[in-house]
Design a binder for this molecule. Structure first.
Ligand SMILES: Cc1cc2nc3c(=O)[nH]c(=O)nc-3n(C[C@H](O)[C@H](O)[C@H](O)COP(=O)(O)OP(=O)(O)OC[C@H]3O[C@@H](n4cnc5c(N)ncnc54)[C@H](O)[C@@H]3O)c2cc1C
Length: 388
């Protein structure tokens, strides 16, 4: 394949990359999106989306996804099988909804193609070529990784390639706080357990946590973050690690061993991180720009809202007008939009990883209100706020 000239080369076709591709292609830009995955595919994710995310999906014209998704009118925070607090949403539109990444990501990619973007799947971006201080092209290969690689030139290169972004590696710097956690996920068919009800349940665990919610096909998504040392002690066998880790939740132990849709998926080195470019001609969106504590249900909202923010900058300055002054302005607006949510989620994540502290709070009748209030706000629209 010969190299081509595009306005935008977006690396990554997850929610951030696909949403930006849809917006930019509809604005008349020539867009190419490159992803190493083939869609549909499963991905480690709690798979519930806050109401703000649904509004953003509707703005992309994907209203039908709301009807596919599973409404989750109840939020449960548990410290063991016998002790939990519950918050419910009287208004259906205020409730979060679950939709598998298998369905969501494939639908977003299809919408990007329909909007006119060229989407290249099964191609891994190896590196970004920088000339005279500006990112000029991406070098990618098919998954066999053989051959010299193909260069694709574009006026602007967008990092939408997630937590381990190659674009950020080659064009910016990242501040990372390693949480010592491994992400894991599997869809199980645990109809016999109480977990199969229409609720998001967050289970606090020593050093990590686990979220469960039913997805659109009735399977229960079983997703969490486990301390790396437990994972290593069981030689990477998630089932064995969960058997030991879930002793305070016998029901969950059972659910984890029920019939499943596929193998356990894992994600190494879950960290909170924030990246900033040091090279002109790049913008960062989604997890590549910055992450939020997993399972607070805000990551995909940030990805979709971040794509909207980036598309406004691209419309305003043009793909070749993204110079360092514009990047600094974009970065400040990104912080103003997401910074508070990230800090609050950080606090919530720390508490979730200390079930004994949480349990003591519950038993002492101590103010769990701030906690449930956070869950409520996180699941509604007040954590990551978007103007509609
Ligand atoms: C354990 C866990 C649970 C979570 N649960 C939730 C939840 O319930 N709700 C929620 O809203 N958020 C959740 N999140 C966060 C959410 O998954 C992310 O914030 C979201 O996926 C970010 O979207 P993105 O498009 O930025 O990146 P991604 O979804 O990671 O997409 C990046 C894409 O880039 C591609 N890619 C990567 N490298 C390359 C390369 N070199 N070349 C080509 N392609 C490449 C990948 O294949 C991928 O498709 C969770 C995160 C974790 C870790």
């Amino acid at each position: 394949m010969s190299s081509s000239k595009y306005d935008l080369a977006i690396v990554g076709a997850g929610p951030a990359g696909a949403a930006l591709a849809i917006r930019s292609a509809r604005s008349g830009l020539r867009v190419v999106v490159i992803d190493s995955a083939e869609f549909p595919r499963q991905k480690v994710c709690g798979e519930y989306l806050a109401p703000a995310a649904w509004t953003l999906l509707e703005q992309l014209g994907l209203d039908e996804l709301r009807t596919l998704a599973r409404p989750l009118p109840v939020l449960r925070l548990a410290v063991d099988d016998a002790t939990s607090v519950v918050t419910s949403f009287p208004d259906d539109r205020e409730a979060p909804r679950a939709l598998s990444r298998h369905t969501l990501d494939a639908r977003l990619v299809r919408a990007a193609r329909d909007a006119g973007a060229e989407v290249l799947c099964g191609r891994r971006v190896r590196r970004i070529i920088v000339e005279e201080g500006r990112a000029r092209s991406v070098e990618c290969a098919d998954l066999s990784e053989r051959g010299a690689g193909v260069r694709i030139a574009a006026k602007l290169i967008v990092a939408a390639d997630g937590r381990r972004s190659v674009v950020v590696r080659d064009t910016g710097r990242v501040v990372r706080r390693d949480l010592g956690l491994i992400g894991f996920k599997r869809h199980v068919h645990a109809y016999a357990t109480s977990q199969a009800v229409a609720e998001i349940a967050m289970h606090a665990l020593p050093g990590g946590y686990l979220g469960t919610c039913p997805t659109e096909d009735g399977a229960l998504n079983f997703c969490g973050v486990i301390p790396r040392r437990l994972f290593k002690a069981e030689h990477g066998d998630i089932a064995a690690a969960l058997r030991k880790w879930l002793t305070r939740y016998p029901n969950l132990q059972l659910a984890s061993e029920s019939k499943a849709d596929g193998p356990w998926l894992s994600m190494p080195d879950v960290a909170t991180q924030r990246a900033r470019p040091t090279t002109a001609g790049v913008l960062y969106v989604g997890d590549a720009a910055g992450t939020i504590e997993p399972l607070t249900g805000q990551g995909m909202t940030m990805a979709l809202a971040g794509a909207r923010l980036a598309s406004r900058y691209i419309d305003r300055f043009g793909p070749d007008g993204i110079k360092s002054r514009v990047q600094v302005e974009y970065d400040a607006e990104w912080n103003a939009t997401f910074g508070r949510a990230i800090r609050t989620a950080d606090w919530f994540g720390r508490l979730l990883r200390r079930p004994s502290v949480l349990k003591a709070m519950l038993i002492a009748g101590r103010p769990v209100a701030p906690l449930t209030e956070f869950m409520f706000r996180a699941a509604r629209r007040r954590t990551v706020t978007i103007d509609e």
